[in-house]
Design a protein around this ligand. Sequence first.
Ligand code: NAD
Ligand code: UDP
Length: 319
Amino acid sequence: MRILITGAAGFLGSHLCDRLLAEGHEVIGMDNFITGKPSNLAHLVGNERFSFYRHDVSNYIFVPGKVDAVLHFASPASPNPNSPYGYFNLPIQTMKAGALGTHNTLGVAKAHGARYLLASTSEVYGDPTVCPQPEDYPGNVDPIGPRAVYDEAKRFAEALTMAYHRYHGVDTRIARIFNTYGPRMDPDDGRALPNFLKQALLGQPLTVYGDGSQTRSFCYVDDLIEGIVRLLYSDEHLPVNLGSQHEISLLEFAETINRITGNKAGIVFVPEGRSPRDPQRRQPDITRARTILGWEPRISLEEGIQRTIPYFKKVLGLE
Ligand code: NAD
Ligand code: UDP
């Protein structure tokens, strides 16, 4: 296939490029580098099956030649209000990437008769009142809350994707991605794993926001990419949760990272660190992914963190 990947210079997008190139496809990457980096794609320079367009997906997209698949991953993704890469500080760009970017990429898929995959998020569930969250849980989101720029853009993106499927017959898929981590996450992007791993490797105390009782379920990137690729090859049009079922409190997560890295600086609680409406619990129900895709994560949290450490050491200049 000839595949367009938006957000290609980001964490997940760059891993997707690698995986789909390894499967023999031709990949067209697109990114405006608002949160991603050229260095994430540097190793693909010279690959004759890879091409790249620097372009903002909120503007009309023209791709010369045929396109067989479109994967829309372009969007700021960090909720940290203190990070310049977080969507709190990129509110309009975030809404435009989710709304206009989804419209434009769906337009490309429709024009080319291409299959389409939307990178949606567990944030469509907001601060959930049920745990684990199945795909038919409609969510608990404040449309004017501080997270709304991301959550509602993704909810709009899902609605538009289903509209293009139902009304125009576009062959669409929706991945609801839960917290994923691994190499090529930007150490400064403000999410929990980059913050914790950077702090641990620099021998600093880990900043646990609130009292650390909030939970997440962290999935290693290779597992997530496997799920995305299986979904792309499937015929499933309804949303599919992809993520780890291993729910862990943020305090326990921080302690795990300190143990694995041997960091003796401990933990510091930052009560005001939690962003408004920071979900208290998050864990996917992955029954649908198991049943339809035969997928579930394989890599333990311990192993995933071990595999991520060398990248962080390299970019932090520690080796
Ligand atoms: P990232 O910030 O590393 O990557 C996003 C990429 O999109 C960046 O390279 C950025 O420059 C690019 N981008 C943003 N707006 C753009 C625009 N208007 N035009 C062109 N490029 C643009 O984040 P990520 O973690 O790799 O997330 C990728 C996608 O996966 C996002 O859509 C995000 O919502 C979704 N997602 C990620 C996670 C996760 O845990 N990593 C969880 C749920 C959903
Ligand atoms: N968090 C934390 N310390 C940090 C960064 C994040 O305790 O240095 C918490 C944050 O408040 C949230 C959880 O970790 O409860 C996960 O945050 P992340 O930014 O990774 O993404 P989210 O799951 O909220 O989208």
